[in-house]
Design a protein around this ligand. Structure first.
Ligand code: NAD
Length: 243
């Protein structure tokens, strides 16, 4: 069975959306959770007996190193959830957009894995879950140029780590949701200038007939946190979009 009793999980971007729902679901499944984000105010009310909250800016190599120094020895499950969506085609994409997408969506993940993996290897056990998207190597999505490139890179670094450490007790998987309800989704829909039309279009592309709830993605995170026979995979969770 997939009990997370006795395990410690660290989640990035846990203040809202999928990260928050996952921190709560991991705790409900029995794990001790270290929930991190830059938005400390929104993290506060997550704190409980099983969830401790801490500020972590994943763009800061020093902050990552300090966090790994403090918690590395006990983290069994690392969920790299932090990421930003850039809207737009290649012609809309500035150098700044491109660099920021890679800094936050890819380089931060590289640094997190680089910092926590040695401790997992010492124990001969650990699982890493990296947030990708169907907008990656899975499917071409309109208006997601820098985002799609960065989330495809997430698939690459996930498969690489999985291949290198499969014999050493490490599992490393990516998750690839389609559209999920979250504060940033609301902002993206509002930014189109016609919230209702944009929302209807997003729902229309989900064969299942609705946008995912963050709790549904969190169920997959809990599964992967406890799963012992899957690694190097992109676990698509998309309401039938690419099925
Ligand atoms: P969200 O975008 O609403 O929230 C993102 C969180 O990240 C915020 O709490 C924010 O404070 C935090 N954050 C931003 N910069 C940070 C930094 N430098 N360090 C630490 N935390 C930082 O949440 P969401 O929509 O659930 O997205 C979470 C992840 O899921 C992202 O990687 C996103 O790309 C991915 N994803 C989202 C969807 C979707 O439709 N919502 C679909 C597929 C993948």
């Amino acid at each position: 069975s997939l009990s997370l009793q006795g395990k410690t999980a660290l989640v990035t971007a846990a203040a809202q959306g999928i990260g928050r729902a996952s921190a709560q679901a991991l705790a409900a499944a029995g794990a001790r959770v270290i929930a991190t984000d830059i938005a400390e105010d929104k993290l506060k009310d997550l704190a409980s007996d099983s969830i401790s909250v801490e500020r972590l800016d994943v763009l800061s190599p020093d902050a990552i190193a300090a966090l790994a120094e403090r918690h590395g020895a006990k983290v069994d499950i690392l969920f790299n959830c932090a990421g930003v969506v850039h809207a737009g085609t290649i012609l809309d994409c500035t150098e700044k957009d491109w660099n920021f997408a890679f800094d936050l969506n890819v380089t931060a993940m590289f640094r997190m894995m680089r910092a926590f993996l040695p401790h997992m290897l010492e124990r001969g056990d650990g699982t890493i879950i990296n947030m990708s998207s169907v907008a990656s190597s899975v499917k071409g999505i309109t208006n997601r140029f820098a985002y799609q490139a960065s989330k495809a890179a997430v698939v690459g670094i996930t498969k690489s780590v999985a291949a290198d450490y499969v014999g050493k007790g490490i599992r490393c998987n990516a998750i690839a949701p389609a559209t999920v309800e979250s504060p940033s989704l609301r902002e993206r829909l509002e930014a189109t200038g016609d919230y209702e039309a944009a929302r209807a279009a997003f729902i229309a592309r989900q064969p299942i007939g609705r946008i995912a709830r963050p709790e549904e993605i969190a169920d997959l995170v809990v599964y992967l946190a406890g799963a012992t026979y899957t690694t190097g995979q992109v676990h698509v969770i998309d309401g039938g979009w690419t099925g």
